[in-house]
Structures are given as C-alpha cells and as structure tokens.
Design a protein around this ligand. Structure first.
Ligand code: SF4
Length: 69
C-alpha cells in the first residue's frame, strides 16, 4: 500500500497527524507531509481512518495492485 498526499488540497486541520503521527507530520507551513509513504499493511486501518477524517480529501491510500488485496 502507498499513501499519497496532495499538499495543495491540505488545509492543515491535522486529523491525519493526530491519527497516525508516525505516518503523517505537519510541515512548516502547517500542511501535511508524509513521513512514511509505504507503511506496513498492519497500519492500513489507521491510514483508512486518516483518509476518512481528512476534511478536504487531501490524502489517499493506494492499494498495491500486486498484493491481491
Ligand atoms: S487531515 Fe487532511 S487537511 Fe488535515 S492536515 Fe491532514 S491532509 Fe491536511
């Protein structure tokens, strides 16, 4: 799985950082930066939660098409 972030869409609310601080961070401008764009599958639920909570659809989870998931 891979995390994609569109910093142009991010409005800096920070739900993603609070949900998974090991995966997301706030840059100096307050917008999201991805700390680990290819986390272990065990983190999928947290990533999905962050994606769901983001108010501006700035982050997305790309499932690995070769994993069969
Ligand atoms: S939840 Fe969305 S809008 Fe808020 S900081 Fe994260 S990516 Fe940006």
């Amino acid at each position: 799985m891979r995390i994609a972030a569109d910093r142009d869409r991010c409005i800096g609310v920070g739900h993603c950082v609070r949900t998974a601080p090991d995966l997301f961070d706030s840059g100096e401008d307050g917008r999201v930066s991805v700390r680990n764009s290819e986390p272990d599958e065990s983190r999928a639920e947290d990533v999905r939660t962050a994606v769901r909570l983001c108010p501006n659809a700035a982050i997305s989870l790309l499932e690995d098409p070769t994993s069969g998931a």
